[in-house]
Ligand binder design. Structure first.
Ligand SMILES: *Cc1c(COP(=O)(O)O)cnc(C)c1O
Length: 463
């Protein structure tokens, strides 16, 4: 029998139990040149079924040789590690396979999503009228917020889309410029605002730029501020930006895809001070909280705008219950994966207090790493405190070349970043399973690797 879920679950358990043990001792990746992959696994699809034993072995090999994002040596992306309670929720969601569009197909899952969202509105301090959804990722959250702002602006019939101006930081995520073209706004209508030495938008420049644009008859309508920029993890000054947006009728969106989960921490929520003044806000629980990709939340202060942009009639879909329980009226997707359940199982089992501890621990790991860089000779630090990103260079090694070779030699998965034209290694402490020693181990690996006489590394001129 080829379609037998109970049998395949036994296989799943066998494969995963083996994999979890191997993951602890294996390097974070097993480097293979892409053109040689076929030599390692039988990836080919054929007319005839695969022999079950070969099938199992291929799966085993695929698991073993795929990059391990939960390895203690994986720091390459803004996510890493896994929280078992979130993984559990996601596995259950796969089995239920509800779609979140209507109450009829999702039942109690609708209440799960609504409960997570409503507790988040409370943490932000959004009022009674707030709304939200779980889009497919941070980029999609940002896109939806731009559409909301655009539609709100275009309700004024005198406004012409070619005149709408988007503001965002020069250090913001690349999804902003992609989203602008998707939403029918010209790319030349984006203003990349200059940032100060900490990577935060210069508030005065924002004000000046608005005045300049208005003088030319253009219409400022949207500001994307960031809570945790992708490279430096800088938090824009909401308290300074919000009144300017308010006075100029500009939609203020806060992209917290990376750092927005500070709302859960008593100690670090000051980094998003003024958040209740934003029009929309998003964060990724799959980045800092160890939830599987994707667990993204978009919240909007005034739910009415979500309906105005995304609500459409479809009698083949909406056949029972009202808008309140048919969540498809608020989303861009029709069939929508249940991404709320994993967040709910996490929150339910460890409480807000448990989530807070994860965030605080990650900042603690960042402090430990930053201190190491500051206190050790041959290191230069490029990032700042209150950040989950530690940017540094070691001796005069070219960071790009060093990261590439660490990867190709299966030592460490880590990447580089650039700020104000300076390139550096970027260590991110967002794996909730890492300990202090495991983070400090990164420096030991780099120090030993650069001493290895068989490895030839490029160097750069020192800054
Ligand atoms: C990661 C990130 C995004 C994109 O989120 P995805 O879920 O990868 O689409 C957007 N903004 C910032 C600041 C990010 O760090």
């Amino acid at each position: 029998m080829s379609n037998n879920i109970k049998k395949d679950l036994l296989l799943f358990n066998k494969l995963i139990n083996h994999f979890l043990d191997r993951e602890k001792i294996l390097p974070p990746n097993h480097y293979i040149e892409p053109q040689n992959l076929h030599k390692f696994f039988d990836i080919s699809l054929n007319e005839n079924p695969n022999d079950p034993v070969e099938f199992e072995n291929t799966l085993k090999e695929l698991l073993e040789k795929s990059p391990k994002s939960s390895s203690k040596l994986f720091f390459n992306q803004l996510y890493g590690g896994r929280h078992s309670k979130a993984v559990l929720g996601d596995l259950l969601a796969v089995f239920l396979n509800n779609s979140m569009a209507t109450y009829k197909i999702a039942g109690p899952q609708v209440a799960i999503e609504k409960e997570v969202l409503s507790k988040i509105y409370n943490l932000i301090g959004y009022g009674e009228n707030s709304g939200g959804t779980f889009p497919t990722g941070g980029s999609m959250c940002n896109f939806m917020s731009l559409v909301l702002a655009r539609d709100k602006a275009l309700k004024n019939s005198r406004y012409d889309i070619s005149k709408l101006i988007v503001y965002t930081s020069e250090n913001s995520h690349y999804s902003i410029s992609k989203n602008v073209s998707f939403s029918g706004i010209k790319k030349e209508n984006i203003r990349y605002l200059k940032t100060n030495k900490f990577g935060k938008i210069k508030v005065v420049d924002f004000k000046k730029q608005i005045a300049k644009d208005k003088q030319q008859g253009l219409i400022p309508f949207y500001l994307n501020a960031t809570a945790g920029t992708t490279v430096l993890c800088a938090f824009d000054d909401i308290v300074g930006l919000a009144p300017i947006c308010n006075n100029n009728n500009i939609w203020l969106h806060l992209d917290g895809a990376f750092g927005g989960t500070v709302i859960f921490s008593d100690k670090y929520k000051f980094l998003v001070k003024g958040i209740e003044q934003t029009d929309s806000f998003c964060f990724n629980a799959h980045k800092t909280l160890g939830a599987p990709i994707s667990t993204s939340v978009l919240t909007v202060k005034n739910k009415q705008y979500l309906y105005e942009s995304f609500d459409c009639n479809a009698d083949y879909l909406y056949q029972t219950h009202g808008k309140e329980y048919n969540l498809g009226h608020l989303s861009l997707e029709c069939g929508r994966r249940n991404n709320a359940l994993k967040f709910w199982t996490l929150w339910k089992s460890i409480g807000r207090i448990g989530i807070k501890k994860i965030i605080d621990q990650e900042f603690n790991l960042a402090n430990v790493a930053r201190k190491y860089v500051e206190e050790h000779p041959h290191y230069k630090l490029y990032s700042f405190k209150n950040s989950l990103s530690i940017c540094f260079n070691y001796k005069n090694f070219d960071p790009e070349d060093l990261c590439k070779k660490l990867y190709e030699k299966n030592k460490l998965m880590i990447g580089f970043g650039t700020f104000k034209k300076v390139k550096f290694i970027r260590l991110i402490t967002i794996n909730c399973q890492n300990t202090e020693n495991e983070v400090l181990n990164v420096f030991k690996i780099i120090e030993e690797f650069t001493k290895d006489p068989t490895v030839i590394l490029k160097t750069i001129k020192n800054e």
